[in-house]
Design a protein. Structure first.
Length: 447
């Protein structure tokens, strides 16, 4: 993909593809990450084991699929084919959820939990090959160290924009008063979007020139490449970067699957569209400015303040529990302040650690290194985070025998704050090495 004039500048068609597939991909993942959980909790069972199983198995299948997809991308030298046609099929798997029976009797809860988990795994397989493997390899192809913080932060904003699209346009089809027909409409409409996006991409997207098929090694070797001890030893800093993102993602996964029910049920905020919209808009705008500053002044100055701000944000949201039933305006204000800090930091962390991780990927191995990213950024967080959440929820609901009476506690945010602070360890390592590596890559670009 050709660059436009100016160091670090990308052509308009490149940005169109970044935004199109970044946004639509996140709309699909938003349905999977947040609304499948809400669907399970509201229409199948509130028992936390069901949400934990769904998130964990989805992460396992997504990781395996990314390892396969990354190897295929490099072995064929193609990204566009996997991205575009993958998005078309991805949308069809979302539509299939409209066929799931809802509000089951007690004896049919477990079979339906298994069915939904299995369907979620199929959806994750397709999405991971097309988005996590192929699209991320393509993004690495067309970007470099002079613009990656900006590109990755723009991509990190996409979940917020996706949430805005889904939340403002279709959330009413999924709330506590939603009917079976409402949920069917939700899945059909949200499934059409990725499919149409994939077809549009066939017209506007291009693979970077010069990418060739790489079949030097066996498929099994390519499949396991990024997880091999010798590869990890040779690329230690790449994995340290991923470790920072992993810890941040674990913190996020502790509460994100219960977010809507925490706001609506635990805090009792029924009219939450405006507060959530404010959080999304301010977080997105702030992260863009911060990402520009990172590219201009260097990422090393932003690691520690960002992590601390994320932990503080989670603590602020947790403190909202003390205002329930007392001062609704103050309650909403605290939620907004804490939400901007917590969500804004989750966006900026991508610009910090993901961009740094891309800087360390050896040329010609862009697809092969998507698997380790999935292991550390998706698999581990989506297993550990929900397990921590389940432990906190079960502890807060001791003695509750009916799943319908389970309350999701605000202590989920307290747990997230504690976990977030552990990201300071890899951040310190990356920070010390980042400036030197960045300068070396910039010289290579200028030459």
């Amino acid at each position: 993909m050709a660059k436009s004039k100016g160091a670090g500048a990308l052509a308009g068609r490149t940005w169109m593809s970044i935004i199109l597939f970044g946004l639509i991909g996140q709309i699909a993942w938003m349905v999977e990450n947040m609304y499948f959980s809400r669907f399970m909790q509201n229409e199948i069972t509130r028992a936390p084991y069901a949400t934990t199983l769904m998130v964990a198995f989805s992460a396992i299948f997504a990781t395996l699929s990314t390892l396969i997809g990354g190897a295929l991308c490099d072995r064929t030298g193609k990204r566009k084919m996997f991205i575009c046609w993958g998005y078309v099929i991805w949308g069809l798997t979302i539509m299939m959820f409209a066929l799931v029976p809802m509000q089951p009797s007690a004896d049919k809860v477990l079979p339906l939990v298994i069915l939904v988990v299995a369907m979620d795994c199929v959806m994750s397989v397709i999405g991971s090959i097309s988005n996590d493997a192929a699209f991320n390899a393509w993004v690495t192809d067309i970007s470099d160290t002079s613009n990656r913080a900006r590109v990755d932060t723009v991509l990190a904003i996409m979940p917020l924009l996706a949430l805005a699209v889904v939340f403002v346009g279709f959330d009413g089809l999924t709330n506590a008063s939603a009917t079976t027909d409402d949920w069917k409409k939700f899945f059909l409409i949200l499934g059409i979007i990725p499919s149409i996006g994939g077809l549009i991409g066939l017209l506007i997207m291009k693979d970077k020139k010069g990418i060739t098929a790489n079949k030097e090694n066996s498929f099994l070797s390519d499949f396991t490449y990024s997880l091999q001890p010798k590869v990890i030893k040779q690329n230690k800093m790449l994995y340290v970067c991923l470790a920072g993102n992993m810890i941040s993602a674990v913190a996020y996964q502790i509460y994100v699957n219960y977010l809507f029910n925490l706001i609506e049920g635990t805090l009792g905020i029924t009219d939450y569209i405006i507060p959530v919209a404010i959080i999304m808009v301010v977080s997105a705008v702030a992260s863009v400015f911060v990402s520009s500053a990172m590219d201009k002044y260097g990422k090393k100055h932003f690691y520690f303040p960002t992590i601390i701000a994320g932990a503080v944000g989670s603590l602020v949201i947790w403190s909202a529990k003390f205002l329930v039933g007392k001062d609704e305006k103050l309650l909403i204000g605290v939620l907004i302040i804490g939400g901007i800090l917590a969500i804004g930091v989750s966006l900026i962390m991508a610009g910090l650690f993901t961009a740094s991780y891309r800087d360390y990927i050896p040329k010609g191995k862009e697809g092969l290194f998507q698997g380790c990213r999935m292991v550390m950024y998706v698999l581990v967080p989506m297993i550990i985070g929900p397990l921590i959440a389940q432990t906190i929820i079960n502890s807060a609901n001791k003695g509750v025998t009916d799943a319908a009476d389970i309350v999701y506690p605000m202590e989920l945010f307290l747990g997230a704050a504690v976990v977030m602070l552990f990201a300071l360890i890899p951040a310190g390592i990356v920070r010390n090495k980042q400036a030197e590596h960045h300068n070396r890559l910039m010289k290579e670009i200028e030459e």
